[in-house]
Design a protein around this ligand. Structure first.
Ligand code: PRP
Length: 214
């Protein structure tokens, strides 16, 4: 039997995912050592291999088949737009993609004005403004602390993830529009889904049974 390879987005997502896998009897002791810099972990009995990658790289590994399965946020799936199957909503990591800004910026969203939109997610922002709202905007790509942009005058609004809303509140910003709900998802390589259908389907089924009922 060959190894099934599972790519996990580094950080909290990976930790929650390993907890879920433990619930269905899949453990990977070496992965719990927080001081370790190791990136790849093997469960010999089950012929499973886990590796940790940067979130946005997970869909890339899965599309090319370097990983059969990936666990990654819906934000990353939408932004990266890779060829893969999204097979399961894991529920955790729930948050929303939103258009945010100061209350005074709300008017710009209703009058089809040419505004600047700062975001870590240019593809999601483009899709929302161009295809859903039919509003022409200038997208400015940033890499983090997006909330700064409207405060210092780089943009009128931002497209960003809102979880508790405290980053917005503490910076005098608000949700102006909701783009879409987000959470962790399981994705599968299109060829693996056919070649390893039995193992992958059984894994999906077991995970589904272990998830808290919605
Ligand atoms: C994310 C997001 C918001 C914040 C939202 O940033 O970009 O800034 O979390 O969470 P909240 O609604 O609970 O305050 P992250 O911490 O991932 O870092 P970043 O600013 O580098 O993107």
């Amino acid at each position: 039997m060959r190894y099934l390879t599972i790519a996990l987005g580094k950080g909290r997502l990976a930790e929650q995912t390993m907890q879920l896998f433990e619930q269905i009897g899949i453990t990977c002791e070496e992965m719990k050592d927080k001081s370790s810099r190791k990136l790849i972990f093997v469960n010999e009995e089950l012929k499973l291999r886990f590796f940790l990658a940067k979130g946005p790289d997970v869909p890339t590994y899965v599309e090319y088949g370097a990983a059969d399965i990936g666990i990654v946020g819906k934000d990353t799936i939408l932004e990266e737009n890779r060829k893969l199957y999204e097979v399961l909503d894991l529920g955790y990591g729930a948050c929303k993609m939103c258009v945010c800004g100061p209350e005074s910026a709300r008017q710009y969203l209703n009058h089809n004005q040419l505004i600047r939109v700062a975001t870590k997610y240019p593809n999601i922002a483009k899709d929302y403004f161009y295809n859903k709202k039919h509003q022409t905007v200038e997208i400015i790509k940033l890499n983090g602390s997006i909330e700064l942009a409207p405060i210092v005058g780089l943009s009128e609004v931002i497209v960003d993830i809102v979880e508790t809303g405290s980053t917005l509140r503490e910076n005098g910003l608000q949700v102006l529009e909701e783009v879409c709900p987000l959470s962790a998802r399981m994705v599968v390589n299109q060829i693996s889904m056919k070649m390893e259908n039995q193992r992958i389907s059984s894994l999906i089924h077991q995970l589904k049974m272990a998830l808290p009922k919605a």
